[in-house]
Design a protein. Structure first.
Length: 95
C-alpha cells in the first residue's frame, strides 16, 4: 500500500511540474508576442497620445488666431468700403 502512494505521489509531482512548465512556456510565448507586436507597431508611423494632444492644441490656437484675423480683415474691408463710397463723387469710378 505504501508503494502505491509513492507512485501516485510521483505522478502528481510530475504532473505538477509539467503544469508549471506549460504555464512558463505560455507566459514566455505571450511575452515574446507582445515584444514582436511592439517592434512591428514601432516601425509604423504612429504618434504618441502626448504628441497628438500637443498638435491638436496648436491647431486649435491657430484656428482661433485665424478667426480673429478674419474678423479684423472683414472690419477693415467694411471700413475701407464705407470710406470709398463716401469720398467718391457720384458717377466717378475708383481705379
Amino acid at each position: 500500500m505504501q508503494s502505491e502512494n509513492r507512485v501516485f505521489d510521483d505522478i502528481v509531482k510530475v504532473l505538477n511540474g509539467a503544469a508549471g512548465t506549460l504555464a512558463g512556456v505560455g507566459r514566455e510565448a505571450g511575452s515574446g508576442a507582445r515584444e514582436r507586436a511592439r517592434e512591428w507597431l514601432g516601425g509604423l508611423d504612429f504618434v504618441s497620445r502626448e504628441e497628438f494632444d500637443a498638435v491638436k492644441a496648436m491647431a486649435s490656437t491657430a484656428r482661433d488666431e485665424n478667426d480673429a484675423l478674419k474678423a479684423r480683415l472683414d472690419a477693415l474691408e467694411a471700413k475701407f468700403s464705407a470710406q470709398s463710397t463716401v469720398s467718391t463723387p457720384t458717377g466717378a469710378s475708383v481705379d
